[in-house]
Design a protein around this ligand. Structure first.
Ligand SMILES: *Cc1c(COP(=O)(O)O)cnc(C)c1O
Length: 816
């Protein structure tokens, strides 16, 4: 290869792709195999990115820059080829080089497996944040787990979800760089001996621990423009050879191998539960493993340039994505006190100044607590440290409120009772200088309800930072035609400054612009229709209104409310009580946690309602209901640009922010939603004429819950619209061959059980859907509203979110 093999010329790109075909993949050139071309292209880009990682690192070094480490159990990355091409500015060139060889770049891109190392919103947020940090030239790095199996693949068999393992590394990932030389050693299990040092001070020793090896895999993260390339470091668990040899020498070869296998199990798979805690020992071990590996690496990097810890919190900021990495508080204390012999008080000051915590949910079933007895067995020294943190913390609380025993009980890191538990959110809050919610409403609820005691004690620690999404993936790459139209009108500065979209507003009324905007939506709907017929075996009309509800299946997200509206509309039409004026395609997608029976039943219900409606001759070309299997990032990128209507209908007060809502808005769908999470801010930004808001407000629901005044049967009795829908579950309308299948839904309502307030919102939801149908018929007006959704979505860029984290919490600056 030539000396300039890494430059961005056509010749160099072609040369490196051919080189990798022959030398990395051992293939004859020219090759006609798409997979070969995917790998060769990816390797060629990786070469360019690794070179830039080194340059970026030199720049950070020279600036003596403060660094941010984003700790997250999940990074829902999706595919990387398209993004890397756009961010490096090599898309057109690469497309041409491939097409000269007779290869279609889109086919090549379809070869890539999604890196599905996350469940949903929380993991996708982490991935968007990495893109924004690199684009904003912020020294920000991700730390996560190198799961061998990502989130399961979903198949739907007769309406029932089947989980298949996601062996995403089967054909290996060309992006990651394994670095066994930077492995670290993590102690686990064992016991504490209570010693005294020479001065007679208490000096506990953690003994007889086992060892896990943490092996790093680095994935380059290239910012838009290709100047800054940061990285995401994922740790995989291996066994320590030293340790194995110990057993091996005892003559027990089989036990040595078993030991090795059990260590490697730690990072086998991602726990597939979204907003639900798992409670499994292996999950706790995973959380500890992430924290232990990350902090060793962070401290090692810091100590390369510093002789002591005086400047640690000026050089390092650590963000904990939810409580999953909150053991970082205890682990940093352990490192500083036990391994670097700092006095407790200085160690504590450093820890608090370094750590920050993001809360993602107020659902009680998701608030992590771990049994004290489990911690005692798995990480005994950390439990001791947590107790020490707690006793000092509670002493402070007691000194401020001497006789308030109840307050102390509520704020303690330990929940007392028969089975004592550690409250991970309390550990995270006490150990951090910043606690943030992810939308204005969510932060308000945190301060007022869940964490009100902590807010009263430390009001200055609470911040609200509304989530965001990266427009590079969610518009530039996923909707290239719309991106092109926008750039043609206002230039391409929106790619790094989404607020620029405002400048498009003058086009909103222009009939020519509207035509082109609609033409693009129509083309996206055609493309999605082809995917629907291929994967859900339903043929849909691309001229119908695409009404889309895609996200994890969860009761609080209320897919059941959407289905109840569809059932209502169906009954109205077949009973001749409604003349449909707009053809509609209802599109669902989302995975249910494998053990979540209700969520799986809801998938079955969607499927069955679809079967009845799609095969009813009276509704041909009027209504279709489809469930797209295996909702994931790469599928979302195809669904969202084709949506007319975005369903964001969670029970108010339960969806912390939502980010799916933002992706739809950016792609010109109108939202129908409750006043929940970031919907509240979307209403403020878009204006009330451009969004459909309905339903009870968070405060109203809270009041009904507090006073215990909600009776589902009263709604059932009072409203025939509700009654006819609920009765279909009793009368087996959607399960004629499996009577009783959906009886549970009917029974719940009859037993006054409706935790997520479906019935009180159903009437208003039906009414607003009628309004939506009416408005959709006025094509010009609808298009104008859709355009306003695009132009007013600037706030929801993850660039804005990251700038706020950088300024308010991390105190880091861009290194240009
Ligand atoms: C954005 C995204 C989510 C989060 O969607 P919400 O509607 O905010 O719950 C979940 N899964 C995937 C694949 C996504 O891209």
């Amino acid at each position: 290869m030539t000396r300039n093999y890494l430059d961005n010329s056509r010749a160099a790109l072609k040369e490196s792709m051919d080189y990798h075909l022959r030398c990395s993949l051992c293939r004859e050139t020219p090759s006609k195999d798409y997979r070969d071309h995917f790998l060769a292209t990816a390797f060629s880009l990786r070469d360019r990115m690794t070179e830039k990682i080194l340059q970026t690192e030199r720049r950070y070094q020279e600036a003596g820059a403060k660094r941010v480490y984003y700790l997250s159990m999940e990074f829902l990355i999706g595919r990387l080829l398209g993004d890397s091409l756009y961010n490096l500015g090599l898309f057109d060139l690469c497309r041409d080089v491939l097409s000269e060889a007779g290869i279609d770049i889109d086919e090549v891109r379809e070869q890539e497996n999604d890196a599905g190392l996350g469940n949903g919103g929380l993991g996708r947020l982490a991935a968007c944040f990495l893109d924004s940090m690199a684009t904003l030239d912020i020294p920000g790095f991700g730390y996560g787990i190198h799961y061998e199996y990502g989130l399961f693949k979903q198949e739907v068999d007769n309406g029932y979800q089947k989980e298949k393992p996601d062996n995403w590394l089967a054909e290996f990932s060309p992006w990651e760089i394994k670095r066994p030389d930077e492995k670290c050693i993590v102690p686990i299990y064992g016991r504490i001996e209570h010693f005294q040092d020479r001065a007679g001070e208490y000096n506990p020793m953690w003994l007889d621990w086992k060892v896990i090896m943490g092996i790093p895999f680095d994935i380059p993260v290239v910012g838009y423009g290709g100047k800054t390339v940061n990285w995401l470091r994922l740790y995989g668990a291996g066994s320590s050879t030293d340790f194995d040899i110990q057993i091996f020498n005892e003559g027990d070869y089989f036990r040595a191998v078993e030991q090795k296998v059990s260590s490697e199990t730690i990072t086998k798979m991602l726990y597939p539960r979204d907003t639900l805690k798992s409670g499994k020992e292996l999950r706790l071990v995973q959380e500890y493993f992430l924290v232990a590996c990350s902090l060793r690496d962070i401290v090692r990097r810091y100590l390369k340039d510093h002789g002591d810890f005086d400047r640690f919190s000026d050089s390092v900021a650590i963000q904990m994505n939810d409580t999953h990495p909150s053991l970082a508080v205890a682990e940093l204390m352990r490192l500083l006190v036990d391994e670097y012999a700092l006095p407790w008080d200085s160690a504590w000051e450093i820890t608090q100044r370094t750590m920050a915590y993001t809360n993602h949910t107020i659902l009680s079933e998701a608030l992590e607590k771990w049994p004290v007895s489990l911690l005692e067995r798995v990480i005994p020294r950390h439990l001791q440290i947590i107790y020490e943190i707690n006793s000092r913390f509670l002493a402070t609380v007691a000194s401020l409120h001497p006789s308030d025993i109840d307050l102390i009980r509520r704020m303690s890191l330990i929940e007392e009772g028969e089975n004592k538990q550690v409250r991970m959110a309390h550990l995270a809050m006490v150990g951090s200088h910043s606690i943030n919610g992810v939308s204005a409403l969510h932060t308000e609820i945190l301060m007022k309800n869940n964490f009100s005691d902590f807010h009263a004690l430390w009001p200055e620690r609470f911040v609200s930072i509304t989530n965001g999404i990266t427009q590079r993936r969610w518009l530039l790459k996923s909707n290239p035609q719309l991106a092109g139209l926008i750039s043609e009108k206002i230039g391409d500065s929106w790619i790094t400054d989404l607020a620029q979209l405002k400048r498009l507003e003058s086009c909103a009324d222009d009939p020519d612009f509207q035509d082109r905007f609609r033409g693009i939506k129509r083309a996206n709907k055609e493309a999605l229709s082809r995917i629907i017929s291929r994967t859900a075996w339903v043929s849909v009309n691309p001229d119908s209104l695409f009404d889309v509800h895609v996200k994890r299946i969860h009761e609080y997200k209320r897919q059941l409310l959407k289905i109840m509206h569809i059932i209502y509309e169906y009954l109205q039409i077949v009973r001749g009580e409604k003349t449909p004026t707009v053809a509609k395609t209802y599109i669902f997608g989302g995975k249910a946690a494998p053990g979540y029976w209700v969520a799986k039943q809801i998938i079955k219900l969607i499927h069955n309602v679809g079967q009845v409606i799609n095969s009813d001759k009276r509704l041909q070309d009027i209504m279709k209901v489809v469930f797209l299997p295996d909702y994931r990032v790469s599928l979302a990128e195809k669904i969202i640009p084709a949506a007319d209507l975005s369903e964001q209908i969670s029970m108010a007060g339960t969806e912390a922010s939502g980010t799916g809502n933002m992706k739809f808005m950016l792609n010109g769908a109108l939202t129908v939603g409750t006043l929940d999470g970031a919907n509240v801010e979307m209403l403020q930004e878009s204006g009330e004429d451009n969004i459909f808001i309905f339903g009870l407000k968070a405060g109203e629901i809270e009041e009904m819950q507090r006073a215990n005044t909600y009776r589902p049967t009263e709604y059932y009795r009072s409203y025939p619209e509700i009654r006819i829908v609920v009765d279909t579950f009793r009368d087996n309308v959607f399960c004629p061959s499996e009577p009783g299948l959906f009886q549970w839904i009917y029974s719940r309502f009859m037993h006054e059980e409706d935790t997520y307030f479906h019935l009180p919102d159903l009437l208003e939801y039906i009414r607003i859907q009628e309004k939506i149908e009416e408005e959709y018929r006025d094509t010009a007006s609808w298009t104008k509203k859709a355009i306003f959704n695009v132009t007013r979505s600037g706030k929801f860029s993850s660039d804005r979110a990251i700038s706020e984290y950088a300024g308010l919490i991390w105190k880091v600056e861009a290194v240009k």
